[in-house]
Design a protein around this ligand. Structure first.
Ligand SMILES: CCCCCCCCCC/C=C/CC(=O)SCCNC(=O)CCNC(=O)[C@H](O)C(C)(C)COP(=O)(O)OP(=O)(O)OC[C@H]1O[C@@H](n2cnc3c(N)ncnc32)[C@H](O)[C@@H]1OP(=O)(O)O
Length: 281
């Protein structure tokens, strides 16, 4: 059934021990022989925290799927309870200057590639999806989520500010007043609330069902000319994409300045400490 399983073992050297997950690739791409749809799975235990390595692998996998001429892309997670915990806070806490730059630049690349992808995209959200996890999900065209998890942009709760392009993805899905209130509150939506508000499109009772519903969405374009479809999507998304493309350097500068503020560092430190305390109880 699987045309190919791309899951190479690429050794990686990094000088910062805390960022080393392991030497293996942190994403896999499986292409269904029959449908031609690619499933891109994030696999960085324990919580799919988006660090530089996972972002790099995501970026390469998206590129690979575009180059393969796959019929569509489904983004999901190998973790049974977490889609992605969002950005790995360790990348921003007491950061190494050069690595911080590479980290943010790669996150920009991933968003541009996923939000602007020429192929139809869907997210099978099989677990919690805060902040950066929500960014990935809302960059896709369709979302199917499993019950009793949470999704949202909770940045204000961490004392940080979601950049404009995070908001663009959110606003492409939610009505403006719902998005504005949720962003200001740092609101995390339960699966039911997400469905009621339109943040997700469907609920599924298992990962398999979620993947099937995503495939069904992608299949709904089978009678549409692929070039016409992708040019239509790209035109609709062009303004947000160009905004970041034209302001990448300033966006990076703002991020670095903001993250290095003592108050932000203090807040991130406390948030991390609380996360660790919680995980020990
Ligand atoms: C004009 C202004 C311009 C502004 C420009 C600047 C903009 C800066 C913006 C930066 C944007 C950031 C977006 C983000 O994504 S920030 C990250 C937000 N993520 C979260 O808040 C999620 C936190 N995690 C959780 O809520 C839970 O972990 C979970 C995902 C619900 C899972 O819960 P579970 O109980 O299963 O697991 P644990 O909590 O026990 O966690 C297991 C271990 O993983 C560590 N962990 C969890 N999340 C993160 C994370 N995001 N980063 C790093 N580490 C994380 C946790 O501490 C546990 O570690 P331990 O086992 O070592 O104790």
């Amino acid at each position: 059934m699987l045309r190919s399983t791309i899951s190479s073992l690429v050794p990686r050297a990094t000088s910062v021990a805390r960022h080393m997950s392991n030497a293996a690739k942190l994403t896999t791409v499986e292409i269904n022989d029959v449908t031609g749809i690619a499933t891109l799975t994030m696999n960085r235990p324990p919580v799919n925290g988006l660090n530089l390595e996972l972002l790099t692998d995501l970026n390469n996998s998206i590129q690979e799927i575009e180059d393969n001429k796959s019929r569509g892309l489904i983004l999901t997670s190998s973790n049974p309870t977490i889609f992605s915990a969002g950005l790995d806070i360790l990348e921003m806490y007491k950061p190494d200057k050069e690595r911080l730059k590479a980290f943010w630049t790669t996150l920009q690349d991933v968003w541009l590639a996923l939000y602007g992808s020429a192929v139809p995209t869907a997210a099978a959200i099989n677990g919690h999806s805060p902040a950066g996890g929500c960014l990935l999900a809302t960059s896709c065209e369709y979302r199917v989520m499993l019950p009793k998890f949470t999704i949202g942009l909770n940045e204000t709760k961490l004392g940080i500010v979601a950049p404009k392009w995070f908001m663009s993805s959110f606003l492409s899905v939610l009505p403006r007043r719902v998005a504005e209130r949720a962003l200001n509150q740092g609101r995390m939506f339960t699966t039911d609330e997400a469905l009621r508000n339109g943040l997700i499109d469907e609920v599924a009772n298992s990962k398999e069902e979620a993947l099937a519903k995503c495939a069904e969405f992608i299949g709904s374009f089978s009678k549409v000319n692929p070039l016409a479809r992708s040019l239509t999507k790209q035109q609709l998304r062009a303004a947000e994409l160009s905004e970041l493309e034209n302001e990448r350097a300033q966006d990076l500068e703002k991020f670095i300045f903001f993250v290095n503020q003592p108050a932000v560092q203090k807040g991130l430190g406390i948030y991390l400490e609380n996360l660790k305390k919680k995980s020990k109880n």
